[in-house]
Ligand binder design. Structure first.
Ligand code: SF4
Length: 373
């Protein structure tokens, strides 16, 4: 199964500060697409109330899908800002989607991280993580790497494939950990055979906030269209994979008809779980959404983000609408809402007609452990 060997790689990581790796040496134009400094390993994740996984394997810093709402760059800004500056990234939040820095492959370090995860006693793990490793939590495992130099682009694309495939093979063969794939890209279809070889240990899922390609193009400008994602999910089912759907995050423009259509399409896949959340306000993502609307000369319903209260009312309404629609469609059992922690504040609860009932409703989803086949 080891069809991709590390020694075939021709892309070298940066060796000194200020060296932006292979990219900096080959192009005059600053394109922060190349190799990161530290290797890809399995690391504990910091999910709260998501029930997605205990660990994550992230192939890159940055993501070419450039989703305007993405929550990741706030963490990147804080933790990786100085390092990203060495690659020519001045504002990691505003420039989100322009930089993709693939992590090097170091098999010994990966195996050490795999052993650490495998040997972690269950009592020390959050029970809602299902002993799973998620691909990926801060980037997309199947994004297209764009580079101005065709040779570099080819080498980087091969490296991205190596990271995903070799690590999956090792997890499959040297542990009994579960794997959760989450992507927006139908490129994942190339690995369905590998996924299948995990049996019930692997769940394949895609983010599908809407079926409207036009709307997704505004919020997720460089990600594959929802119609392509739905086709990939259908192909996954036909290939015999266990699938889940992340209606995440839905946009303020996703009206009831749109949400119903997405839920119905998801229901037809007989998914293990359907996750849902509306867009959360994180770091500068509202500024990014506004800038995108301005650049396209369109009006988005960004008033729902104007104040904390307006967002909370919007979020509760979106979550409860999806819950009602899931009952109508017959997938209430599979629905796993992700209410944000802040929705449990006294100020929100006191605005509800039945605060105690509302808090019980939140607690039901916060305490939920997502299904595993
Ligand atoms: S695919 Fe995921 S990680 Fe990439 S930009 Fe979109 S939300 Fe962020």
């Amino acid at each position: 199964m080891n069809s991709l060997q590390p020694e075939l790689l021709e892309v070298a990581p940066p060796t000194r500060a200020g060296d932006r790796g292979s990219v900096g040496r080959h192009t005059a134009k600053k394109t922060p697409v190349g190799m990161w400094s530290s290797p890809a390993v399995i690391a504990e994740n910091n999910f709260i109330y998501k029930s997605l996984s205990n660990w994550a394997f992230n192939v890159a810093v940055g993501c070419s899908h450039a989703c305007r709402f993405c929550y990741v760059p706030s963490a990147a800004t804080i933790k990786q800002g100085p390092k990203l500056a060495e690659y020519g990234v001045k504002d990691p939040d505003a420039e989100w989607g322009d930089y993709v820095l693939l992590r090097p492959w170091d098999e010994a370090k990966f195996l050490a991280s795999l052993r650490t995860a495998q040997n972690t006693p269950k009592r020390l793990l959050k029970p809602d993580g299902n002993r799973a490793v998620m691909y990926c939590s801060t980037t997309d495992p199947y994004q297209v790497i764009h580079h101005t130099d065709p040779d570099q682009q080819k080498g980087l694309s091969q490296h991205a494939r190596l990271l995903v495939r070799r690590s999956l093979q090792l997890i499959r063969d040297q542990s009994d950990l579960n794997v959760r794939i989450l992507t927006r890209s139908p490129l994942a279809r190339a690995d369905f055979d590998l996924f299948k070889s995990f049996g019930p240990r692997l769940l394949f899922g895609m983010s599908l906030p809407t079926l409207r390609n036009d709307l997704a193009k505004v919020y997720e400008p460089k990600a594959p269209a929802p119609s392509q994602r739905l086709a990939a999910l259908r192909a996954a089912r036909e290939a015999g994979l266990n699938v889940y759907v992340a209606m995440a995050p839905t946009y303020p423009e996703c009206d009831e008809g749109d949400l119903r259509a997405t839920l119905k399409a998801a229901a037809e896949l007989e998914p293990v779980t359907i996750f849902h959340e509306p867009i959360n306000i994180r770091a500068e993502n509202v500024e990014r959404i506004n800038a995108q609307a301005d650049s396209l000369g369109i009006n988005l319903q960004t008033h729902v983000f104007s104040t904390r209260e307006q967002w909370q009312d919007y979020a509760v309404s979106a979550l409860q609408t999806v819950e009602r629609l899931a009952k109508e469609i017959g997938v209430a059992e599979q629905l796993h809402l992700w209410p944000d922690k802040s929705l449990g504040s006294a100020s929100v609860a006191n605005r509800m007609s039945k605060p105690a009932e509302y808090l019980r409703w939140l607690g039901k989803y916060w305490g939920r452990i997502s299904e595993w086949p």
